[in-house]
Structure formats: structure tokens, C-alpha cells
Design a protein around this ligand. Structure first.
Ligand SMILES: [Zn+2]
Length: 147
């Protein structure tokens, strides 16, 4: 047995392709989420859900992307090839979920501060002003006291 029989892990064929499996799966899933928000917003005549989901997806993708890279590195150390794909998938999904949830909280806070798709209206019954979350409840005509 000579030293040329040993193949260094870095030259393992196909491992870079395996590493992108988790990222590709993440992209498809996030695309489905954005599409769903656009449909909901068209029905409610608002754009806030689209803005919020797009921000969340961006945050989730950034988290998932770095998580996938970390997972792929760990998976490659355990089992090059299959381990890379599994590590990439697990890493990107778990990191993407955590980063996405954190972004939802931040994005909603920022959008609330901007009064994004939150209207101040007069109640048709009592005449008092109230804040209407158009993105959540649709175009309300009555305040929360009169509903
Ligand atoms: Zn009222």
C-alpha cells in the first residue's frame, strides 16, 4: 500500500454538488411561502404580508445558507457525500427556521412602527377612532368595542 492510495477528503468527487441540496430545497420551500403571502394579500387588499414574508424569507435564507454550510462541513467530516447532503439539509432547515422566526418578530415590530397597512379609522357605530390592522383583519368598519 503506497501513499497514493489515500485520497484527501477535499478532493472527494461530487461533495460540492451534494452540499447545495439543502440550499436548493430551502429555496423551493421559501418560494412557496412568498407565493402564498402574495395570494393572501391580493385577497385582503394589502401588501404587508408580502413585505413581512419577503423579509422573513431573506432572513431565513441567510440563516439557512450559513447553517447549510456549517451542516455540510460537519456532515462531510462524518461521511463525505451522503453526510454532506444530510448535514447541509439539516443545517439549513434548522438554522433557517430559527433565523426566519427571529426575523418575523423584528419585521413585524418595524412594520408596526411604520404603521404599515394599519389605518386609523372612525367606527361606523360609535364614531370613535380605532386602529385597523388591514393586513390581518381586512377593511374593518367597526371598532373592537362594537364588534
Ligand atoms: Zn365603535
Amino acid at each position: 500500500m503506497s501513499s497514493t492510495d489515500i485520497i484527501p477528503a477535499s478532493s472527494e468527487p461530487g461533495s460540492s454538488w451534494f452540499g447545495s441540496v439543502g440550499t436548493a430545497a430551502g429555496w423551493v420551500w421559501e418560494g412557496v411561502k412568498v407565493t402564498g403571502s402574495v395570494v393572501n394579500d391580493l385577497q385582503a387588499n394589502t401588501t404587508r404580508n408580502t413585505v413581512c414574508t419577503t423579509a422573513t424569507v431573506t432572513g431565513g435564507l441567510l440563516g439557512g445558507w450559513s447553517g447549510g454550510a456549517i451542516g455540510a462541513t460537519i456532515g462531510t467530516m462524518i461521511l463525505p457525500g451522503v453526510g454532506t447532503a444530510v448535514g447541509s439539509l439539516v443545517g439549513s432547515v434548522s438554522a433557517g427556521v430559527v433565523a426566519g422566526k427571529a426575523t418575523i418578530v423584528v419585521a413585524n415590530r418595524v412594520l408596526d412602527d411604520m404603521n404599515y397597512d394599519i389605518d386609523t379609522r372612525s367606527c361606523e357605530k360609535c364614531g370613535r377612532g380605532f386602529r385597523c390592522n388591514v393586513y390581518k383583519d381586512g377593511p374593518e368598519k367597526l371598532c373592537y368595542r362594537c364588534k
